[in-house]
Ligand binder design. Structure first.
Ligand SMILES: [Zn+2]
Length: 149
């Protein structure tokens, strides 16, 4: 009978250990998920701090340790804006300077707020080069008149 009791004990202990290990694994998984969530919240807070810092200081007034970061952020912001404008142009749209909505570049005034829309950029580079050459010729021809103005 002692042998059977021992076997029962062993089975019970093994079962309890398995349950404990499962509980531990679940607890570890939960803590790991909490760690990841906390890390992403912390990252978001740091991003907010960085954005606010860049809003408060430009590259001239930023503390020396941050001037490069602020300048990089400014450059990337300009690059982002240029890329967004390029994409809008490719889609045949312009951004309204008043309400910020993307509007078909056929419109002269914004259909949402009535603001006069910016001119869409010149369509093709080769035409632009040709115009520049023409302007150069005109500049040479009317040099005297231009100096008088
Ligand atoms: Zn508008």
């Amino acid at each position: 009978m002692a042998f059977i009791d021992n076997v029962k004990d062993t089975i019970t202990k093994t079962g309890k250990t398995a349950v404990k290990k499962t509980k531990d694994l679940a607890a570890i998984a939960k803590v790991s998920a909490d760690i990841e969530e906390t890390k992403s919240l912390l990252k978001a807070v740091y991003i907010e701090i960085g954005k606010k810092y860049c809003e408060l200081f430009d590259k001239e007034s930023a503390a020396p340790d941050f001037t490069v970061n602020v300048a990089t952020a400014e450059n990337l912001t300009e690059q982002l804006e240029a890329l967004r404008t390029e994409r809008l142009t490719l889609r045949g749209k312009v951004k309204c300077t008043a309400c910020g909505k993307a509007v078909d570049n056929e419109y002269i005034f914004c259909p949402y707020c009535g603001e006069k829309l910016p001119e869409p950029p010149a369509p093709e580079a080769p035409e632009g080069d040709a115009e520049t050459e023409d302007e150069d010729i005109i500049d040479v021809e009317f040099d005297d008149e231009k100096d008088d103005e």
